[in-house]
Design a protein around this ligand. Structure first.
Ligand code: WQD
Length: 343
């Protein structure tokens, strides 16, 4: 089966591409490398002992994207390409709408000229916004609190409306929470273009400092309505998130998707972990102690966010998720093997 993966050199994308290749899919990757590095290409090949086709392209180049799709004739699209940082999106809203929503519309326009009518979309648990009713089920209305999460909510609505209007389309939106970790081989992980903004790679970077004096972490606010006052998220191993995407292809091939061919599924461990708890888990995985400073809250941050993941268990068979210790051990191994990883 031929799969087109947009953003396939990124963090979750590259781990998904490696898994698809392992399972014998033919994969074409389209990526503009704005938030990924070409190191991921070689890493994918080493991990999967197979190589996808890599096309360097911004998905907003609709004509060129359409030419690639007409040549490849993918049976399914997995759409990761987009900008992904909550804090950054509050500073660059226009770029986020242009890239994430404009990119989705360009992709669907290109697909219209081909027979591709199945898509797995990289959505986000952040579409739910601030809530104290946790864990969050999929039926909860969206209440995004920043431009990033709003783009994910709008893209889901585009797909849902398209599937309702045209029954030849079917789509699965995977609302994942906080993907983290690295491939257990240590060969593949999260290469960041510039300093990372997400918590785990930042803690790993701090722990990796040679001088113990430099092993410092800033916690963005400790006055949230959470057990220890720091932000709570659902950290889910990137390998489990990749597995969810591969399993979602099977769901798209089943007849009778609900609500006119569109379905959204929460992807996460279903457990909240605080910033302080994650820092302790990295200290244990690395054997290194970090000093902590509490700073101001970050714009757009919510107190706590984790999902009810029972529907994904039923629909995708996702049951045994890797634990927080495994996430931190795999992230530390990747950093140890790639001193320049994460930055
Ligand atoms: C987590 C917590 C911070 C850095 C992410 C991705 C986004 C999307 C949703 C998938 C927050 C705190 C962070 C630091 C800190 N992923 N923090 N010090 O904001 O939940 O968003 O998940 O769709 O792509 O960005 O994740 O890792 O940025 O922050 O205290 O140096 O860690 O305030 O509470 P977030 P994050």
């Amino acid at each position: 089966m031929r799969i087109l993966v947009t953003g396939g050199s990124g963090f979750v994308g590259s781990h998904t591409v490696a898994l698809l290749l392992d399972k014998g899919f033919d994969v074409t990757v389209v990526d503009n490398y704005s938030n990924s590095l070409v190191e991921a290409e070689g890493a994918i090949e080493r991990v999967a002992s197979a190589r996808p086709e890599f096309c360097r392209l911004d998905i907003r180049e609709t004509d060129e994207l359409q030419r690639i799709m007409a040549r490849v004739e993918p049976e399914v699209i997995i759409h990761f390409a987009g900008m992904k940082h909550v804090g950054e999106s509050t500073q660059l809203p226009q770029e986020y709408y242009d890239c994430n929503v404009g990119g989705m519309l360009s992709l669907l326009t290109a697909a219209r000229e081909t027979d591709t009518r199945k898509i797995v979309f990289s959505s986000s648990g952040s579409v739910y916004g601030e809530t104290n009713q946790l864990p969050i089920p999929e039926k909860r209305p969206h209440a995004p609190t920043n431009p990033y999460s709003t783009t994910k909510s709008v893209c889901e609505r585009i797909l849902s409306d398209l599937c309702t209007a045209d029954e030849s389309w079917s789509a699965v939106a995977l609302r994942y929470f906080n993907p983290a970790g690295a491939h257990p081989s240590g060969l593949l992980g999260e290469w960041c273009v510039g300093p990372p903004s997400n918590l785990l790679p930042r803690v790993i970077e701090a722990a990796a400092c040679e001088d113990p004096e430099d092993r410092k972490m800033v916690i963005h606010g400790d006055d949230f309505d959470t057990p220890d006052g720091t932000g709570v998220r659902d950290y889910v191993h990137v390998q489990d998130v990749a597995d969810a995407h591969v399993r979602a292809i099977e769901v798209l091939n089943q007849p009778g998707l609900p609500s006119g061919g569109f379905e959204a599924l929460n992807i996460g461990r279903g457990q909240g972990v605080s910033v302080r708890e994650l820092i302790v888990a990295v200290e244990q995985a690395s054997g290194r102690e970090l000093s902590i400073e509490v700073g101001p809250r970050r714009p757009g941050d919510v107190s706590a966010l984790y999902g009810d993941t029972s529907l994904a268990r039923d629909r995708l068979g996702l049951v045994d998720y890797r634990g927080l210790d495994q996430i931190c051990q795999d992230a530390w191994r990747f950093k140890s093997m790639h001193p320049n990883g994460y930055t």
